[in-house]
Design a protein around this ligand. Structure first.
Ligand code: NDP
Ligand code: GDR
Length: 372
């Protein structure tokens, strides 16, 4: 039985990857952070009672800022594969917490690599680094591929640049099987609520059910190459099964704007929108509505507005990946389109909103609007 260790197991990708590896017969270990409230919601459905025998999903307390505990966990687990998915992963937040982001996202990667080496596991343990299309930042070439020069535009991207190169360096210096997946944006119903797609699908669902009035967004012109997290974790695993470690771009090869994602999400909830204004004045008005699907919305309602507080000090305007290498060398192609993903996300958020609306209609106090 192969043994895998996942940092960031409680996140979007970690949860899908854990499911994927368990289905492949792996023993899966995950690192979770200590928090003052439960933070395992995304993996609760695969949780195994620690008091039972023959467990194959085991969680360990740990933090990427703490070398000693990473070393202890690696020593205990002796993994065949390490997936380093843990990170302060929010680009806008990285401008607010740049040093913490660098510590966790850059040095955290070094800490794991160095622990593998010091424990003498460098010939046994294969290492996957969650690299990102944010490395391309101010893009130097369209579309972006493995050879496109990097130009990071945020503390997050600069930290991930260090992580990228230290992974390459450990491969070249110590012969470790260590590789980077340069993943473009990928989403799902498990996406964190403050990333733009989920903020949109959740906002649209809440508005449709009358739980919120307006969705406030930043730069609606931003273009992204959005795929589904399920497709992308499959590729993370494939990258560790090759003869030689190599870096791969993982993307769909198609891009749409944030505005288009808003339009698509609203359509899924039975709402047709008309956009007007631009930049800081932009808004979207309801021009037709299926009142069975969206009882909380009326014609003429303005349900989306731009709020400049969500603009970033430096923006990444456009990202479009070229996944040809992944297709040619590994036979990987994404199976879920952005339209299918959007439909799945809106449906999941409508389900949640319906439950909230039901509670609210029965007099329970439900607060769904959160600052993000
Ligand atoms: P999430 O934000 O959903 O998950 C991040 C995970 O890292 C969570 O489990 C989080 O724990 C954990 N974490 C945060 N800080 C620490 C820390 N100090 N020590 C240990 N664990 C920590 O991210 P995704 O699942 O979306 O992304 C996975 C990885 O892939 C990240 O590294 C991200 O930067 C990268 N990436 C993501 C892309 C995407 O589009 N999703 C694209 C390209 C790269 P907790 O649950 O407690 O917060
Ligand atoms: P990104 O994802 O920065 O690409 O990083 P995010 O969804 O946060 O932003 C995408 C684009 O949408 C614009 N935008 C907004 N973004 C947020 N979060 N909130 C808003 O209200 C809003 N309005 C417009 C942003 O400006 C941006 O242009 C994600 C993360 O998962 C990273 O960890 C990962 O490395 C990259 O994707 C690839």
């Amino acid at each position: 039985m192969k043994v895998a260790l996942i940092s960031g197991v409680t996140g979007q990708d970690g949860s899908y990857l854990a499911e994927f590896l368990l289905a492949k017969g792996y023993e899966v270990h995950g690192i979770k952070r200590r928090a003052s409230s439960f933070n395992t919601e995304r993996v609760d459905h695969i949780y195994q009672d620690p008091h039972t025998d023959n467990k194959n999903f085991i969680l360990h307390y740990g933090d990427l800022s703490d070398s000693s505990n990473l070393t202890r966990i690696l020593k205990e687990v002796q993994p065949d594969e390490v997936y380093n998915l843990g990170a302060q992963s929010h680009v806008a937040v990285s401008f607010e917490s740049p040093e913490y982001t660098a510590d966790v996202d850059a040095l955290g990667t070094l800490r794991i690599l160095e622990a593998i080496r010091l424990l003498g596991l460098e010939k046994k343990t294969r290492f996957y680094q969650a690299s990102t299309s944010e490395l391309y930042g101010e893009v130097q070439e369209i579309p972006q591929k493995e050879t496109t020069p990097f130009y990071p535009r945020s503390p997050y991207a600069a930290a991930k640049l260090y992580a990228y190169w230290i992974t390459v360096n450990y491969r070249e210096s110590y012969g470790m099987y260590a590789c980077n997946g340069i993943l473009f944006n990928h989403e799902s119903p498990r996406r964190g609520e403050t990333f733009v797609t989920r903020k949109i699908t959740r906002g649209v669902a809440n508005i449709a059910l009358g739980l919120e009035e307006c969705l406030y967004l930043g730069n609606m012109d931003a273009l992204r190459d959005w795929g589904h997290a399920k497709d992308y974790v499959r590729m993370q695993w494939m990258m560790l099964q090759q003869e030689q470690a190599e870096d791969f771009v993982i993307a769909t090869g198609k891009q749409i704007s944030v505005r288009e994602f808003v339009r698509m999400s609203a359509n899924e909830a039975g709402i047709e929108l008309e956009f007007s204004g631009d930049g800081v004045d932009e808004q979207a008005k309801v021009i037709s509505v299926n009142s069975k699907l969206a009882p909380g919305v009326e014609m003429g309602d303005v349900i989306v507005r731009v709020d400049p507080r969500y603009f970033r000090p430096a923006e990444v305007e456009t990202l479009l990946g070229d996944p040809s290498k992944a297709k040619e060398k590994l036979g990987w192609v994404p199976e879920i389109t952005v339209e299918e993903m959007c439909a799945e996300m809106v449906a999941a958020d409508l389900d949640k909103a319906k439950r909230h609306a039901l509670l609210k209609n029965h007099g329970f106090d439900v607060s769904v609007a959160r600052e993000n």
